[in-house]
Design a binder for this molecule. Structure first.
Ligand SMILES: Nc1ncnc2c1ncn2[C@@H]1O[C@H](COP(=O)(O)OP(=O)(O)O)[C@@H](O)[C@H]1O
Ligand SMILES: [Mg+2]
Length: 360
């Protein structure tokens, strides 16, 4: 796709904002479709259509403006993506979304790819029989679709609690064994239309209240584990044959090794450190992939620690902006809510710092 072409972005959040900021130096324009007025992405995009994702006329206009459509939010209705795909190439495509919108399909794909996961079972309309057989208690019940930041999931220790959770969470659930992980890792892999696949370093993620708090790049774990996680992410990206990015989250413990938890076909919060610390950022890599440019070099040039600024924490921007080793990103969100991702800071460290400090 030549410079001057238009990348359509479904979704107006901070991921869309950072995609648009990475597209501009390569000469592309971005059009955003989002239900939200004055969204983080629209503040830096060339054009925005404010409409719900199921507005047929808006989808048509958006498709006609765009030379390719990508997304920063994967839980868009399948019909919306189908309507777009009839008029414009979408990357990733409907086939990929059908898997990555559904936790049960994701885990099934991981198993088919020869990768380990926690024990899991489908729970349809409150039928707990498969769960009692293959998962047992304690377990985590999750909605198969639409969950994020720990929403739509509950830990259950007894059958009665599981029955209650089924009533609260809905008809289509997955039950998972609780993984006593020591570390959560993630890897972002990019795949080009020609099938080239390149992965960023494996990072370590610390969550608070199910929301990502801090990412350590690289993960403070043995090199062999990091390499195994990269290989797993590359394998899943290849199996899905997606164009764009695939972010894969893992659990790791010495007993169970590496287990695939979930995946997302888009830039990921745990990849924000790549903006300053890698030769190519996750956002530029996505732009390269969807526009059919050669993929960039994901090599890490620094170690990094990325910390999300949640809610009112973003009010303390004066300190990081004055620190020469720290890069401040604010997303332009007017409304402050508790736990809302308002921005992040990335602190650069010399190569090798995390391994020297850490438990690896
Ligand atoms: N099977 C599990 N065992 C232990 N912890 C889990 C399990 N599933 C989820 N968690 C914890 O909850 C967090 C959020 O769950 P996740 O499946 O990643 O959903 P999402 O990020 O979409 O909300 C995980 O990062 C992990 O800390
Ligand atoms: Mg997750």
């Amino acid at each position: 796709m030549p410079p001057g072409s238009v990348i359509g972005i479904l979704g107006g959040g901070q991921l869309g904002r950072m995609i648009a900021l990475a597209a501009a130096p390569l000469g592309y324009r971005c059009a955003v479709l989002t239900p939200e007025e004055d969204s983080p992405a629209s503040q830096v995009a060339w054009h925005t259509i404010v409409a719900p994702y199921d507005d047929a006329a808006a989808l048509e206009r958006f498709a006609d403006l765009s030379d390719v459509v990508t997304l920063e939010f994967e839980n868009v209705p399948a019909q919306a993506v189908a309507a777009l795909a009839a008029r414009v190439p979408t990357a990733p495509d409907e086939r990929v979304l059908a898997v990555t919108q559904d936790r049960l399909k994701e885990k099934t794909l991981a198993r088919e790819a020869g990768l380990a996961t926690v024990a899991f079972a489908a729970v349809e309309r409150g039928d707990l029989s498969a769960m009692r057989e293959t998962v047992g208690f304690p377990a985590i019940l999750k909605t198969r679709r639409m969950g994020y930041d720990g929403k739509g999931q509950r830990r259950v220790d007894t059958l009665e609690a599981a029955e209650r959770a089924c009533r609260d969470l809905g008809d289509s659930l997955i039950a998972e064994a609780v993984c006593p992980f020591e570390l959560e890792l993630s890897v972002i892999a990019a795949r080009s239309p020609g099938g080239e696949i390149r992965a960023f370093d494996a990072v370590e993620n610390a969550h608070e209240n199910h929301i990502l708090r801090t990412t350590y790049a690289p993960a403070r774990i043995a090199e062999a584990v990091r390499a195994e996680a990269q290989e797993a992410a590359r394998r899943l990206a290849g199996r899905l044959a997606l164009v764009g990015l695939l972010a894969v989250e893992f659990f790791w413990s010495p007993e169970a090794g590496l287990l695939v938890n979930e995946m997302a076909p888009r830039p990921h919060n745990s990849g924000h450190w790549t903006i300053e610390a890698c030769r190519t950022s996750q956002f530029e890599q996505l732009v390269r992939a969807v526009c059919g440019l050669p993929l960039g070099d994901p090599a890490r040039r620094h170690d990094a620690t990325m910390t999300n600024l949640l809610g009112a924490e973003a009010d303390d921007w004066a300190e990081p902006v004055a620190d020469p080793d720290t890069h401040l990103h604010l997303y332009g969100k007017a409304e402050v809510r508790e736990g809302r991702k308002m921005g992040h800071v990335t602190r650069l460290l010399p190569l090798g710092s995390h391994i020297a400090d850490g438990n690896g």
